[in-house]
Design a protein around this ligand. Structure first.
Ligand code: HMG
Ligand code: MG
Length: 315
């Protein structure tokens, strides 16, 4: 009894769900890349430290992209040099090109992520490339990273709709997914960059990928919550067997090159769902909420996460 006092939901497992989910925390990267003001590096470092202490084991730390394009993350070297690394915690970083890879290798990164687009317009806006040319940009990055013993994840943006092109054909997404995975990436994260997806689309895409030989064990989902669908979409993906879910503490986030993108699925909202379903994840919800409240104070505005708001009020 006393769900509100304990700050946890009642546990009622449901059928056909994975027993354990890896929460891929992107707040420090996807969240902070989109802030109007540059967040001081010591605040970023403390944020990542608190997230590790809250039990998160994958912390996407920053990006080695052009500082002209994303000045918010221009401090990537300083951030990684100052980070207190926790045992058992992974700190992947985003890399778009060979210059970014060289910086990531110099900083001692063990894991990187490339980020492609399922549409031509977003490839141009986000990478100054084209839908086809982006693979040539990534190919030497992945090959050299693998040679250096660095694991590579891939993102694919605009999988469920694009603000400039509208609906995105499923076979176009499947083709781009195969091309990214064929480069040698260990996992592909399907991005709903502008948060327009609904649950039926998620099932449809995961079904089409599975038919093309890309099963849920090689996939992750990355939902932005612009239209309030991120949690429903996540449940749909879990039911299809996906067990890695990207989210950001407090629901921070967006994409500087996709204006309609708002925050990611909030990690607290995800953890509440997983707790209620009895799915293991290793995160301490109370500590995580305290971290997001602390971060919201630094950013000067409340967290958009429903769970953060509810627990901050009750606690
Ligand atoms: P470009 O302008 O074509 O690149 O941009 P360039 O090669 O002509 O270089 C321009 C300048 O940037 C040069 O400097 C380069 O040296 C420098 P200058 O000679 O003018 O002084 N430069 C770099 N500096 C540091 N590190 C680098 C680097 N590369 C070039 N790695 C480029 C092409 C790919 C670089 C650019 O488009 C870029 O950086 N894009 C990144 C945009 C970005 O970070 N977007 C957000 C991440 S994606 C996302 O959020 C979606 C996701 O969350 C999933 C989802 O939600 O769908 C992952
Ligand atoms: Mg994103």
């Amino acid at each position: 009894m006393g769900t509100r006092e304990l700050g946890l939901p009642e546990v009622v497992p449901a059928a056909k769900l994975p027993p354990r989910v890896t929460v891929w925390e992107v707040g420090a990267r996807d969240g902070l890349q989109n802030e109007q003001a540059v967040v001081p590096v010591d605040v970023k470092i403390e944020f990542l430290d608190r997230l590790a202490r809250a039990g998160l084991t994958v912390l996407e730390a920053t990006s080695f992209v052009s500082p002209k394009w994303v000045p918010q993350l221009a401090d990537a070297e300083e951030l990684l040099a100052g980070l207190a690394r926790h045992e058992g915690v992974r700190y992947p970083v985003l890399v778009p090109n060979e210059r970014g890879l060289a910086r990531a290798l110099d900083a001692g990164c063990a894991e990187i992520a490339i980020f492609g687009s399922a549409t031509d317009t977003f490839a141009r806006r986000n990478l100054n490339s084209t839908l086809d040319d982006q693979f040539a940009l990534f190919e030497p990055v992945v090959a050299r990273a693998l040679d250096a013993g660095v694991a590579v994840r891939a993102y694919l943006s605009m999988c469920f709709g694009d603000p400039w092109e509208g609906a995105v054909a499923v076979d176009q997404v499947v083709r781009a997914s195969s091309r990214l995975l064929d480069l040698g990436c260990f996992q592909l994260s399907l991005g709903d960059t502008v948060g327009v997806a609904t649950a039926g689309q998620v099932e449809r895409l995961l079904g089409a990928l599975s038919e093309a030989g890309i099963g849920p064990e090689r996939l992750a989902v990355h939902f932005h919550d612009t239209y309030g669908q991120a949690l429903a979409n996540t449940l749909a993906a879990l039911r299809c067997g996906v067990s890695t879910v990207d989210s950001s503490a407090g629901g921070l986030g967006g994409c500087p090159y996709a204006e309609s993108a708002t925050g990611n699925l909030a990690t607290e909202d995800l953890v509440w769902l997983l707790d209620g379903l009895g799915i293991e994840h290793g995160v301490d919800l109370g500590e995580l909420v305290a971290t997001s409240v602390w971060m919201a104070e630094r950013l000067g505005r409340p967290s958009p996460s429903n769970v953060v708001r509810a627990l901050a009020k009750s606690g």
